[in-house]
Design a protein around this ligand. Structure first.
Ligand SMILES: Cc1ncc(COP(=O)(O)O)c(C=O)c1O
Length: 367
């Protein structure tokens, strides 16, 4: 007979990589209690900035039109926020759209997707579905990318797309800037480096540096960013990729037209206050993350030093058991990330969310 626990384990094992909230918790739908605290998808519990909410309210009545003419200004504003020109930026419905386009265009049956393991699965899952080869290189012991091996694989294949998430999801770890610089300078012919910087704003180490400088230099480097994380607008679906214009020209035919008009207005309003919103949110996040890490350290629970809005905790046994039980007790945490099956990823929530997390985690962890 298939017990509830078996079901949870099977679900967890078979659905890793999907973004469905229930599957992420590795639980049966009936197991999710009302009022569950969602700490499973690295969202920002603060949600959209107030100015963005007001901008969306005013935008609703004009949402009957595409507003094509407004998108030039929009792309320019997003590009300017990163010190780039509009010719170096392509907007997408979330960074998922631009990552997916990069995989479609820059991999082929003889040009692999080359990435680390474990990492954010969307590019790898899409490459596999398209029948493109996927090469995965394990992270080094400090959970950084082995850039020499990534380059060697691209050289062996005669090109391909190197996907590197920095800071990495699910580990929260950083590949040092010297290694990224080496990779950007030593890309084999035909290879493109895609740096996914979804969690860049949460970094707290001098070893983390954006790849935008390489985009400015016109290297074969692309940087993906999103409004889903520190900006708190995951449900609005807006992200972008920065790349030299020649590379962007290859991606742009595949883009999904415009994003929703309320989302466009929300992002414009948020960007206008970036100078206040980003440092404020970052300070709050870093404080809450630090408090969680201190709490874990006091209890001698190992975890990976995090530079993202989540922490990967070593639970000393198959984490899938804990994931299901935590959700049933009202705190949903991240999905399993093979091969780190003894680790559990928790997104940083509000202070009350994290107090509840600590209570439930400690009960389940101690057994
Ligand atoms: C590393 C990474 N990149 C991209 C995304 C996708 O974000 P979005 O499509 O909401 O911009 C996520 C989502 O969790 C992520 O973890």
């Amino acid at each position: 007979m298939l017990t509830r626990r078996d079901f949870a384990l099977r679900l967890a094992g078979s659905l890793a990589g999907t973004e469905m909230a229930l599957a992420q918790g590795a639980v049966a739908p009936g197991d999710v209690p009302a009022g569950v605290i969602w700490l499973n998808a690295n969202e920002n519990p603060e949600g959209p900035p107030q100015a963005a909410i007001e901008a969306m309210r005013s935008a609703l009545a004009s949402s009957g039109r595409y507003h094509f003419q407004d998108y030039r200004e929009f792309t320019a504003a997003v590009a300017a926020s990163e010190g780039l020109s509009p010719y170096q930026v392509q907007i997408g419905a979330g960074s998922t759209e631009v990552l997916s386009i990069a995989v479609q265009v820059l991999t082929a049956p003889d040009r692999p997707l080359i990435t680390v393991e474990p990492t954010f699965e969307v590019p790898m899952d899409l490459a596999r579905s398209l029948g493109r080869p996927v090469v995965r290189i394990p992270l080094t012991p400090p959970y950084a990318a082995d850039v020499k091996r990534l380059a060697a694989e691209a050289a062996r294949a005669g090109g391909g797309l190197i996907y590197l998430c920095n800071p990495n999801n699910p580990t929260g770890s950083v590949t040092p800037k010297a290694d990224i610089a080496w990779l950007a300078a030593n890309l084999p012919a035909g290879a493109v480096l895609l740096l996914d910087e979804a969690y860049f704003h949460f970094g707290d180490t001098a070893d983390l540096e954006s790849g935008l400088g390489f985009v400015q230099q016109g290297r074969d480097v692309m940087v993906a960013r999103t409004f889903s994380k520190i900006w708190g607008m995951a449900g609005l679906r807006c992200g972008f990729v920065c790349a030299p214009p020649g590379l962007l020209a290859r991606l742009s035919p595949y883009r999904n037209n415009v994003i929703s008009y309320p989302a466009r207005q929300a992002v414009m309003a948020a960007l206008a206050e970036a100078g206040k919103i980003l440092p404020d949110r970052r300070a709050r996040y870093l404080k809450t993350r630090r408090e969680l890490c201190e709490w874990l350290t006091e209890r001698e629970v190992p975890f990976i030093e995090s530079h993202a809005n989540f922490v990967m905790i070593e639970v000393g046994r198959d984490a899938r058991e804990l994931i299901g039980e935590m959700t049933r007790r009202g705190v949903a945490v991240g999905r399993p990330f093979p091969p780190l099956l003894n680790m559990m990823r928790v997104s940083i929530g509000t202070d009350p969310d994290m107090a509840r997390f600590r209570e439930v985690f400690w009960g389940v962890y101690r057994g």
